[in-house]
Ligand binder design. Structure first.
Ligand code: AKB
Length: 315
């Protein structure tokens, strides 16, 4: 059997939609999904799947050899809120999985790597509005530290060993197919489910906690696009800033109210508010736009309309 793309962490929020999009593009058999647990029906039934722990180098190498993998998308990670609860587990998962994949590329067992970074690389001393590509970072969370270290390792492996690793700093991602888990921006998905379930939502961030966000279809487009462009187009080998919209919980609630006028939001901020307070409000992604033509499609109004519509259909 031969395939060319392997997704690690394929059953998570991004992995699920990325796997389905890549299968659509390159054919079902060409895209191997893997995770430490099985995923949803569509993902499991449309192409090859392997139970695989991304921190196990030998098991990973076996899968790479078996399927003749050329490209790996490393989507397995512990997100910001969960990482604060399990710092060492988060560090081990987030860093060891990255080293495994970078080393496979260094040993020329694979050709190309996608690894996601995050707005979590920034910290409280970073300029908050239109955060530049290159700026003060100083992340304060375990997740942010792992992402910043990961960016430096990607850059190092590219410079020292010529590894073709590409990366974007995802903002909070909004999707209807799979729930996020363990993130600070998860509220922006939960709110839609609760709006339809009980017409109200209690938010764990403050009303004015404005953060950079993106509809999943745009995030998948960016991921596929950066992996498809010529190597010479990539001038940033740490990770690219990526942006589409920014909003606060109060602004998202107001957008939902244009469809569900009786929807009510209340606020009970917890430790995730402290994390959100250190992250940017908006991102300057002009370098990604210039280097590989990035341009988002979905704004808040479109995202709200699609989320409510798709989740209603799912019910
Ligand atoms: C999180 O909230 O931890 C993630 C992220 C912004 O990387 N969604």
């Amino acid at each position: 059997m031969s395939a060319s793309i392997l997704i690690l962490g394929a059953c998570g929020q991004i992995g699920t939609e990325l796997t389905l999009a890549l299968r659509e593009l390159y054919g079902n058999e060409a895209v191997v999904a893997s995770d430490i647990r099985e995923g949803g029906e569509e993902l499991m039934n449309t192409g090859p799947f392997e139970l695989l722990d991304a921190t196990d180098y030998t098991a990973l190498e076996d899968v790479v050899m078996h399927y003749e993998v050329q490209e790996i998308y490393l989507m397995a990670a512990m997100l910001s809120a969960a990482s604060e609860k399990f710092p060492e587990r988060a560090w081990n998962l987030n860093m060891n999985s990255l080293f495994n994949v970078l080393n496979l590329a260094k040993e020329q067992k694979i050709d190309k790597v996608f690894w996601p970074s995050s707005i979590a690389v920034f910290g409280k001393h970073t300029p908050k509005e239109r955060t530049p590509q290159r700026t003060i970072m100083e992340p304060s969370t375990v997740y942010g530290i792992s992402k910043q270290a990961g960016e430096r390792w990607c850059n190092y492996y590219h410079r020292k060993f010529g590894v073709d690793v590409r990366s974007v700093r995802y903002p909070g991602l909004i999707s209807w197919k799979t729930l996020p888990g363990g993130g600070t921006t998860d509220y922006a998905v939960e709110i839609f489910h609760e709006a339809l379930n009980q017409n109200s939502y209690c938010c764990f961030l403050k009303d004015d906690a404005k953060l950079p966000m993106m509809f999943m279809e745009d995030a998948i487009k960016a991921t596929i696009q950066i992996m498809a462009v010529a190597e010479e187009s990539i001038s940033v080998r740490s990770s690219y800033n990526l942006s589409s919209m920014s909003f606060s919980p109060a602004e998202l609630a107001a957008s939902i109210q244009t469809h569900l006028p009786d929807f009510k939001i209340s606020y009970d901020p917890d430790f995730r508010q402290e994390i959100a307070a250190t992250w940017p409000s908006s991102i300057d992604d002009s370098v990604a736009r210039k280097d590989w033509g990035w341009s988002p499609k979905f704004d808040l109004e479109q995202t709200t309309a699609i989320m409510l519509q798709k989740l209603k259909e799912k019910r």
